[in-house]
Design a binder for this molecule. Structure first.
Ligand code: COA
Ligand code: MG
Length: 289
């Protein structure tokens, strides 16, 4: 699965931002037709994204297009405008049911078959950002074409009538709900946008907290946010070294017939080994050109 530490949005009609985004070394680039694009610019966004997919070299950045929500009335024109140019994935916002993911998956599979592309090569990422979406996570997250669930904090707060605060305590239940659903189906949970994009200290704290909760990446809206988020979602050299020591010493202790043992004054047993293996897997996934 593509590593998605930072997922950068820009309005799909903004050619300048799209061309800027491919210079940033960002993990994922999400050209938006939904809320980042004004209602009178939807058609222009479709055409501009189609042009970008045809003409630009995205390098190692993943190229994604976000369509409008299923039921908005725009979704069919959105997906049909970009699919022929083979994005790496389609992002569907405000998903509330499995059927909405299946709707897009069928259209994508038709395009894959028609063009001779490998079936399932174009992935789906979804936004879950409403009360119904959180309630239905269990069935939604089971869709086989899903790679990631993106949690939309602002939309969710509006959906439940919560007031957003700096430490985002009002979002904790839903954020953890998304993480649990993703862990159960082995897909990636992607955290909220820090909309106060000029405050990079706040961004760092929020990113590190998200990483500790178990998110694998975070949405960003401005180039300055990219390196801060990438750093927070990359395991540190110390964390990797410690994880390696756990793996090594665990093996030795198993051979001695000990399930639990002591390392630097801390008890190590199976769950700590599993966590260490996750850290190493994440570090490996981030180790890309
Ligand atoms: N992607 C790529 N490039 C971006 C960018 C983005 N999301 N946001 C800003 N830039 C570029 C600008 O074009 C500018 O480029 P330049 O130096 O070549 O002229 C540079 O980065 C600095 O931008 P800045 O002037 O600081 O930002 P701004 O005031 O023009 O825009 C926002 C601020 C928030 C309006 C803008 O960042 C934005 O539209 N972000 C995306 C919002 C979005 O897509 N929301 C929906 C999903 S949540
Ligand atoms: Mg949203």
């Amino acid at each position: 699965m593509h590593s998605r530490r930072a997922l950068l949005y820009m309005p799909g009609d903004n050619w300048k931002m799209i061309t800027k985004s491919i210079t940033l070394g960002v993990d994922s680039i999400c050209m938006d037709m939904e809320d980042g694009t004004a209602v009178n610019k939807k058609a222009e966004a479709r055409a501009t994204i189609a042009k970008a997919l045809q003409e630009l070299d995205f390098g190692t950045s993943e190229k994604l297009a976000r369509i409008n929500s299923v039921g908005s009335g725009w979704e069919k024109d959105d997906i049909e405008a970009v699919l022929p140019y083979k994005p790496d994935g389609i992002v569907i916002p405000k998903v509330e049911s499995f059927e909405q993911v299946e709707w897009a998956s069928r259209i994508i599979e038709d395009a894959e078959l028609k063009n001779g592309w490998q079936v399932n090569s174009i992935r789906i990422l979804i936004g879950v950002e409403t009360a119904k979406g959180i309630l239905n996570l269990k069935e939604i997250a089971s869709h086989p074409r899903l790679d990631a669930i993106i949690f939309g904090g602002e939309d969710f707060a509006a959906s439940i009538g919560a007031t957003r605060t700096k430490d985002a305590i009002e979002l904790l239940y839903a954020r953890q709900g998304v993480i649990v659903a993703c862990a159960a189906y082995d897909i990636q949970p992607i955290d909220i946008v820090t909309i106060n994009y000029k405050d990079l200290d706040a961004l760092k704290l929020e990113s590190e907290f998200g990483a500790r909760l178990g998110f694998s990446g975070k949405q960003v809206i401005h180039p300055h946010q990219v390196p801060v988020v990438q750093a927070a979602f990359t395991p540190s050299a110390e964390a990797v070294a410690y994880a390696k020591r756990i793996v090594e010493t665990f093996e030795a202790s198993q051979k001695e017939g000990k399930g639990a043992y002591s390392l630097d004054g801390k008890m190590i047993d199976m769950p700590l080994l599993k966590n260490a293996q996750k850290v190493l897997a994440r570090a490996k996934a981030d180790d890309r050109p």
